[in-house]
Design a protein around this ligand. Structure first.
Ligand code: UDX
Length: 447
């Protein structure tokens, strides 16, 4: 039985149906609202309307189909239709890095808001930004709304979802952040949208527009810093003979530090952390407080070095140039449970080895198709065994469960030399060594 929205319920539109928008639209429909998703990409609209999620995200496609069938969810290319049918409009378009600098490209956000105004936004409409933007963007957009659609309000409600856990993070977030203008109705309306989660005790932080924008970039800057911190410690361990995994484990006993995001390896990638720290730094420079965020330049540099260190370690175990050597790479996605290869450390390492002359064969449980499209010179296999066949070294570069569970004894006869480089701390060194493998990892002594 479809849940029928009450007439007082918010009617929701979601502008931009990429990773964030498609997940948000589906989850809002799952909460029982009528939702219309809007995208300028007609192919994407067609696929979503047909119940097909254009990227890999566990659980999302089943929920998409369920809500399409229930009649609560539709997709369109028309902003006018969104304005006609909805009164709370979530802006979920991308804010990629500009090609000429580290700054964020806000064209899509600007176009979405201008498009809504042109489409006839009325005084009862609420526009809610979810995209990651430099602080001050919302205030600028609010002024544009005041001029172009008097009475319509703007709020900022940043999204913290992780790829691979997008549905769960959207339906059961750690917190909700509402950036609102004083004396408006936005908070009340956002509370109506998120009533179910608020009823389940998800904390709500109500703040001004600028602070809400900053929460998102500060959270990502902190997470990136944590990863680069442990990767910097890995470099120190390599110079001193220490073991970064034991170090991280000992640090984690201090509850103020904790254990999460202290996994040393080839570092962070993806569509968010790298571009967000660069945009944050570029914005701080513009504001004249570049010194305050200068450390993010180091966070970025440590992260990029982690990839180069994996290549150097491969050269070291090969004992010579990688030219004409056979290398098996397990992992292409920037993280497990995703087919996203944007700024993927795994593929960058694989490419660097290929450029150095190695015969590289890559396998990933979900990202082979995307990998092939963007890296036509790399060779992709359709199984672990296919990728490691005849390899003189095997690199594990994305921590998929399938790789963690590999049986080193079963794999051994397929390789030319049983040498594994664990780029993600995903494997149990004792198990691999017991099966006759040489196990190496960044920041860990050879033993
Ligand atoms: C991130 C933020 O976590 C999320 O809150 C925000 O909304 C979007 O950006 P996501 O891009 O999905 O999410 O990736 P995340 O899970 O944060 O991982 C980022 C990268 O860091 C991955 O490449 C991962 O492999 C790497 N990583 C993570 C480490 O190298 N070490 C760690 O300890 C943790």
């Amino acid at each position: 039985m479809p849940i029928v929205s009450r007439s007082t319920d918010p009617r929701i539109s979601v502008i931009g149906t990429g990773y964030l928008g498609a997940t948000h639209a589906v989850c809002m429909a799952e909460l029982g609202f009528d939702v219309i998703g809007v995208d300028i990409d007609t192919r994407r609209v067609r696929r979503l309307s047909a119940g097909e999620v254009p990227f890999y995200e566990p659980g999302l496609e089943a929920l998409l189909r369920k809500n399409l069938e229930a009649g609560r969810l539709t997709f369109t290319g028309s902003l006018a239709e969104a304005v006609e049918r909805a009164d709370v409009h979530f802006v979920c378009v991308g804010t990629p890095q500009r090609p000429d600098s580290g700054a964020a490209d806000l064209r899509h956000v600007d176009a979405a808001v201008s498009g809504l105004i042109t489409a006839g936004l009325g005084p009862d409409d609420l526009v809610v930004g979810k995209s990651t933007v430099p602080a001050g963007t919302a205030t600028r957009l609010a002024a544009r709304l005041a001029a172009g659609a008097p009475g319509a309000e703007l709020a900022w409600n940043p999204e913290f979802l992780r790829e691979g856990f997008a549905v769960d993070d959207t339906l059961r977030p750690d917190r909700l952040v509402f950036g609102v203008a004083p004396r408006g109705m936005a908070e009340r309306r956002l509370r109506a949208v998120y009533a179910q989660m608020i009823g389940d005790d998800v904390p709500v932080v109500v703040t001004d527009l600028t602070t809400a924008e900053l929460v998102k970039v500060a959270a990502n800057a902190f997470l990136a810093t944590k990863i680069s911190f442990i990767n910097a410690m890995a470099e120190v361990c390599e110079a001193t003979g220490g073991d970064v995994v034991e170090l991280a484990g000992a640090l984690a006993h201090d509850a103020r530090i904790g254990h999460r995001f202290l996994q040393a390896g080839i570092g962070f990638g993806g569509g968010c952390l790298p571009k967000d720290i660069r945009a944050f730094q570029a914005h701080a420079d513009e504001l004249g407080v570049g010194r305050a965020l200068a450390f993010l330049g180091e966070v970025d540099a440590v992260n990029i070095r982690a990839r180069a260190r994996a290549v150097a370690l491969t050269r070291e175990v090969l004992g010579d140039s990688p030219a004409n050597r056979t290398v098996g790479v397990l992992g292409a996605a920037f993280k497990p449970n995703s087919d996203d290869i944007r700024d993927s450390p795994a593929l960058e390492v694989a490419e660097a080895l290929r450029r150095a002359g190695a015969h590289v064969s890559v396998y990933d449980p979900a990202a082979v198709e995307n990998g092939r499209a963007c890296h036509p010179n790399l060779c992709f296999a359709d199984s672990v065994v296919g990728a490691v066949a005849g390899a003189e070294v095997v690199l594990v570069l994305t921590e998929w469960h399938e790789f963690r569970e590999l049986d080193p004894a079963v794999l051994r006869p397929h390789v030319a030399r049983p040498v594994v480089i664990d780029g993600r701390g995903a494997l149990d060194p004792h198990r691999w060594r017991a099966a006759g493998w040489t196990y190496r990892a960044l920041g860990r002594p050879p033993r």
